[in-house]
Each structure stands twice: as structure tokens, then as C-alpha cells.
Ligand binder design. Sequence first.
Ligand SMILES: Cc1cc2nc3c(=O)[nH]c(=O)nc-3n(C[C@H](O)[C@H](O)[C@H](O)COP(=O)(O)OP(=O)(O)OC[C@H]3O[C@@H](n4cnc5c(N)ncnc54)[C@H](O)[C@@H]3O)c2cc1C
Length: 550
Amino acid sequence: MPPRRKSYDAIVIGAGHNGLTAAAYLSRAGFSTLVLERREIVGGCCVTEEIAPGCRASTTSYIASMLRPTIIRDLDLGTHGLRMVPCDPALLVPFPDEQVVPWWADQERAVAEFGKLSPRDADTFVRVDGQLKKLARYLQPFFLEPPPDPGRQGAEGWFELLRVGKRFREMTGEEIAQLVSFLTGSLGDFLDRNYESEKMKTMFLANNVYGKHGGPYDPGSALGLLFHLLSGGDGEIQGFYGHVIGGMGTITQALASACLKLGAEILTSAPVAKIDVREGRARGVILEDGTEISGRIILSNADPKHTFLGLVDERELPRDFRRAIAGIKMAGPCAKVNFVLSEEPRVHGMPGDFTASQRSLFTLVPSLEFAERCYDIAKFGEVPEELWVDCVLASNVDSTLAPQGKHILTTFVQYVPYQLREGTWDEKREMLGDRVVKKIAEYAPNVPNSILARQVLTPLDLERTYGLTEGNIFHGDLSLEQLFFMRPVAGWAQYRTPIAGLYLCGAGAHPGGGVTGAPGYNAAHRVLRDCKLGRIKTAHASGAAQKEAK
Ligand SMILES: Cc1cc2nc3c(=O)[nH]c(=O)nc-3n(C[C@H](O)[C@H](O)[C@H](O)COP(=O)(O)OP(=O)(O)OC[C@H]3O[C@@H](n4cnc5c(N)ncnc54)[C@H](O)[C@@H]3O)c2cc1C
């Protein structure tokens, strides 16, 4: 379908959940908005796709934890079909000795369970959990606002200092020290300092470094502990973990439906080949089929490398900026393998009285040392023999995904290399799939013979199919040097870019990856504020935009 107009107030490149979020807020402010998606479906890496006839899976992202409650409410996503069911237990780790440890959502129940591992650790858990939740609450407001801007001068600089200071004014000296230690320290050291049971430490590991480079003893790896305690779900629960009914694609279907209701236009199978830049200003886009569409504002939901090194002519960008973008650490360290099974995995040691939903997730990683060794192997370009595999048996919670008698198992593999030392991912794809099956079989021996279909997504497949440069699931590693005012690169963390009228609205911008909607929300609000300040002129109902920007 060709676009309905020749010119729009805003063109969003990419219909990932962030692009759709930005488009919804801009449409709501009265902008004529067009979303262009290269794939035949919307959603980016927040999708539900058929992996065998009649069987659907969240092929990429698979658990909703940090989707901002403000966005769910503002865009009324519930009425557009979004329904999330809290994961309880939030985590479950079966160990090689067949002990199965659940982390129940209810704190009292969790403490009773951890007390079986170590009474001392159970007490520590209450103290540390309280500390972590308090620290996470200080960081939370930064999610839905731009990061601090250290480059501001004069009155603007003072205003910026006040904005940031206000967020931390109630922090004690002790809490500041704790925060610095979480931002810079390692998860492993933190756990070794606080807990005695190796199993207890593994529980924390089972969730906190996914998608990132670095083993649990790498500096900065403790930060995940705080990120995962941000509130989520429609009930604003701290540390929320949710299954989305209909798979993760329900989120982006709901966002797309909200966009359409607000008047936005969405075109799929419409890959953008170039951003048209003249005299330092973005004027529109050119599709791969040659169609030219003008836009007063262009927002890119594509990752920073693809946006600036792929879609913009190199003569239009300062050399230092291009160099900084080229230097962003990507090299995605994970993969995904999705299965259709004829029977549910029977995990050794799984208590017989657990309900289907209580059996719906399990993480296969026996210890911190195992994880550290796994990263060491992957960082030198090899596929570890022994993999860390996170499993979600989505069909145990959601009967819409597969016909009765069939089961959807989606597995996330932490620590594989993007760049292989030898061979190619096309040659090694099935080997990766086999290693995942072997690992699962150690815990649930019935799985190999129950596989009806298997889809292996290597880092290369994540790049090819989902458009993630170097297969990085977060549009750039979530390490401290690539976060806050350093995301995507220092000096350009306010969603604006060196090209007037071109904004970044995806996970490559603050606060980063994960299904949060935050970069899309923040970028849209940046655009609205810039309109109000007269930095950009649009033909939209400016009164509405000004009201929205407040
Ligand atoms: C395997 C995997 C597992 C994950 N697990 C989780 C999880 O369980 N929970 C969680 O919270 N997060 C998870 N994540 C991370 C999370 O899904 C992403 O960080 C997030 O979805 C990124 O959203 P986005 O909208 O910024 O970008 P994307 O989802 O990447 O969307 C960008 C869109 O832009 C399109 N595009 C790119 N270039 C062009 C172009 N030239 N023209 C037109 N369109 C273009 C792409 O096709 C894509 O649709 C996972 C990601 C992956 C890949």
C-alpha cells in the first residue's frame, strides 16, 4: 500500500515497540504520523510468530517486566488487547542435584523457601531486597525523562543540576555509596559478600545479566539488580515479571492499534533505504523501492549504527560523531531457540504439586563459576559446549499459543559469540540448537524425543531477520559507559542528533533496551518540547502539542 500522503509531520522508521510508542504520543498531540516498517509485521523484537502450523511463540523477547505503567495507562493498552499475568514463581532454578528452588513473588513465601538453603541468607535477603528496592526507586524517575545533560551551560545548566539533584535529595551518604557500588561493582562480588549459599547466589544470577556482555564478575554487572527492580505491569509492582497472553506480540499489536485509533498510518514491508538530508536538516525518507516521502521530523527506531552508518550519507555527519557511533559495543552475546513439543518437559525434582503455571519457567545455570567460564569461552569466538539456557514454557500459561497437546518452549541462550573464531553461523546454527537440546535433556530427559519443531536464532539471524546490527538485542550493550548521558554516545543522549529534525527513538537511546517503551516515550516528548521551543515547525495542531509537552 502506498502512503496516503506525500508529506507528514513525523515519519517513524521502524515499528518496534519504541517506534510505535513514539508514534502514538505524536499522533495524540495532533501530528500527522507515518510509521514505516521493513518487515511484513510490526513489533521488531517484541513479536509473536508462527513457528509451526498453528503454533505461535514469542520468537525474540519473551517476558514483560519493565513496560512502563504510564504508557499502558496513557495509551489504554488494556482496551487494545494487552493482558499480562504475573510470573509466580518469578524465577525457578533446577540444580544438577535435582533440588528445585523457586523465587516466589510473595516475599514471605520467598524467604521461607530461601531459608531451606540457608537461614542466614534468608535474613540477608530481606535486608538486601529492601536496600535494592529503595535504590531502584531513586533511579526509576529517570526512565521516563531524558538522562542528565552535563553539557548544558548557564541557566540551563543550573536547571539541569536542580532536576537531577531533586531526584537524589533524600539519599543518605550510605545510599550514595551503595548506588556507586552497584553502578560500578560486579554482581559476583556483591553476592559473595552477602550470601553464603551458592544456590542462593545462582538465583540472583538467573536474571540479572541477560543480554549483556561480561560474566558475573565483570565490573558493572551488579547494575542489572537495580534495573530489574523497576516497577512494571499495570499495577506498578516493583520487580514485576509477566507472561503476556498471546505472546509478546500482543504488546506491539496493542500499541499499533492505539496508533491507528489516534490517526497514525503504519506501512509494513516498507524498508527505508536513506534519510533525505539537505543543508543539515532531515527532509524525509527514501524507501528501498525508490518512493520518496517528506517529513518535517524523522524519528529512527532502528539502532544507532544502522541509523547513522547505514541510512545517513556520511558527508552529512561530523567525522567524530560517526567514529563514536562506530565504536558502540554491540556484538550480540546471545541467541534464542524456540520449540514446539509434544509433551511438557518433565524437569527432575519439580515438585508434583506445582500447577502448570508454576512449572512455566526454569533457568538452567548451575553456578556463577559456570556462567563466568561460559562468557570466557564465548568472548574468544567459540560456542560453549555447556550453555546457560533460560526456558519459558509459555503454553503452560497461555492456551492461545498452540492446539491442545502441543507445548511452546522458548529458550534464551546467554553467551554465544557474534563473531565466530572459525566457520560461520550458517554452518553452526544446528550445532547450537543441538547443544541447547543436550543441556535441557540433562534436566528434563523427555525433551529430545518430544520435539516437533525447532527454530534456532543465532546472533546472525537476529541481525538478518530482526534488523539488529551485530545481533545486539539492546541496540548496544548495557554497560555503564554506554548508559545515561553516554547513550548512544556522549554529547548526544537527548534523542536529538547532529542532523536537525532527526531523532533517535529506540533502545539505542536512554534508558536502553528491554521492552519498556521508555526511549519511544522520551523521544516523542523531546520532539514535542522542541516544537514548543520553536526548534522545529510542523503543520500539526500546535496547541495540542504544546499542551502535551507540558
Ligand atoms: C532474543 C531476544 C530476547 C529478548 N528478551 C527480552 C525479554 O524477555 N524481555 C525484555 O524486556 N526484553 C527482551 N529483549 C530486548 C527487547 O526485546 C529489545 O531491547 C526491544 O524490544 C527493542 O525495542 P525497539 O523498539 O527499540 O527496537 P526493535 O524492536 O529492534 O525495533 C526496531 C524496528 O525497526 C525496524 N527497522 C530497522 N531498520 C529499518 C529500516 N531501514 N526501515 C524500516 N524499518 C526498519 C526493525 O525491523 C524493527 O521492527 C530481547 C530481545 C531479543 C532479540
